[in-house]
Design a protein around this ligand. Structure first.
Ligand SMILES: Cc1ncc(COP(=O)(O)O)c(C=O)c1O
Length: 421
């Protein structure tokens, strides 16, 4: 059986998160549940910071990856900045005690109402269209703003997470940068930041360098006299498959810094350098545990049914993403090929097809790895099943973060939401 390196380790008998065996946690917590390793999350942040040897570096965690408020609280105390995309994300962060100076708001297709809410919160806007810039500038002349530029480089692990290129709905095209400056100047709006986010799960670092060069090429000192920072977005890939090669982020970070240093020299001032990772911080810091309730042998094809499904971990169905699966109840069992299914009324509700896993029996617990990013935050109550419990381990201690509703509580909540007694 291959060992999978992330927040989960294997001691030859058991899978562990810190010093707790996952099996022992299953005795305490009803499945399905997500379990996060908080020390691992903080370690990833520290690692990333070290990769970029630049004094004015700021790491903005992309809250959309996972908004668990207990985890955000640890992040607050550890010095994280936040990348937010909706008014509720901003309000949540502020209620959790993040200073407004540590939050950037990057909404796509923002409404006037959202704009007013964010302005009241005093958070910096990252604006991604000429239209919204004009509305913002007219409404708030003299204010500061960051501009999201489309670096026109296609990158990311799936077409659905490629957020750049001339057909993209995100950002201001490079050709329109001068128009953006004219709008800002007309209303005395100061452009203090330039931003890009090329895509998610980028395996080709060459694409990241290319997008950085495009953005830096557009950042002419005469156009941006008030510039304080450049934000190069997120998209840092982590391995999802056991044999996947990890990107050398030390080499990558050093190259990014050299590129940025050279730019700052030409620009005439040392600017701040921002990044916005979501997946890199959260993905491999957690897993989701499900329980097997059915095993079928359909003419030799082994079909496994579990008590969760794509509403709780949508990435395989949505992006065709690979999530490694281990049988924590039978780690040394004979390896066989399985199709692992969820419990919704959708034929496509499949976590993995023809996957090699230690022999699976009814009642076994399976850990679906890399479930920290874009799993809970993209989860729904489709088929009316309660969202999973969330728990975490910090300094070898187990904590319950959010208990899932019972089926009756969920039904009651629906009636309440619709005003039916
Ligand atoms: C603007 C922006 N920044 C950062 C991120 C984080 O991306 P990732 O989780 O791949 O690092 C995203 C993801 O969609 C994004 O849209």
């Amino acid at each position: 059986m291959k060992k999978f390196e992330n927040s989960v380790t294997f001691d030859g008998q058991n899978y562990l998160m810190q010093s707790k065996t996952l099996k022992s946690i299953c005795e305490e917590v009803e499945t399905p549940f997500y379990i996060y390793d908080v020390n691992y999350i903080l370690k990833k942040y520290d690692m990333l910071k070290k990769c970029f040897p630049y004094e004015n570096l700021k790491i903005f965690y992309a809250v959309k990856a996972n908004y668990n408020p207990h985890i955000l609280t640890f992040m607050r105390d550890h010095g994280f900045y936040l990348d937010t995309v909706s008014p509720a994300e901003v309000i949540l962060a502020i209620k959790l005690g993040f200073d407004k100076e540590r939050i950037l708001f990057t909404a796509n297709n923002m409404t006037d109402k959202e704009m007013r809410i964010i302005k009241e919160q005093g958070v910096l806007f990252n604006i991604d269209s000429l239209y919204r810039l004009e509305v913002f500038a007219k409404t708030y002349p003299g204010e500061s703003v960051c501009l999201r530029i489309n670096p026109e480089v296609i990158a990311g692990e799936d077409a659905k997470v490629q957020t750049s290129g001339e057909l993209s709905k995100f950002g201001i095209l490079l050709d329109d940068v001068k128009k953006a400056v004219e709008i800002a100047n007309k209303y005395d709006v100061k452009i203090i930041g330039l931003h890009e986010h090329t895509g998610s799960g980028i395996s080709d670092t060459g694409k990241i360098y290319e997008s950085m060069e495009n953005l830096l090429g557009a950042a002419e000192p005469e156009l941006f006299p008030d510039l304080k920072f450049i934000d190069f977005g997120g998209g840092f890939k982590v391995p999802y498959e056991p044999d996947e090669k990890e990107i050398d982020y030390v080499e990558f970070g050093n190259r990014c810094v050299s590129m940025f240093e050279a730019f700052c020299k030409k620009f005439g001032r040392r600017l701040d350098m921002y990044f916005e990772p979501g997946k890199f911080i959260m993905a491999d810091s957690a897993c989701m545990i499900v329980r097997v309730n059915t095993v079928k042998n359909n003419k030799g094809r082994l079909i496994v049914g579990t008590d969760s499904g794509f509403p709780h971990l949508i990435r395989p169905v949505f992006y065709g993403a690979y999530h490694h699966i281990i049988n924590i109840s039978n780690p040394l069992g004979e390896v066989k090929k399985y199709d692992i299914y969820g419990n919704t009324c959708e034929a496509g509700d499949c976590f993995a097809e023809q996957r090699e896993i230690g022999e699976i029996r009814v009642g076994d617990y399976l850990a679906i790895m890399n479930a920290g990013a874009y799993c809970r935050s993209m989860a729904s109550e489709y088929n009316l099943r309660p969202l999973p419990t969330e728990c975490y381990i910090y300094n070898n201690e187990f904590f319950l973060s959010r208990q899932k509703l019972t089926h009756s509580e969920l039904a009651e909540r629906i009636l309440f939401d619709y005003g039916i007694k």
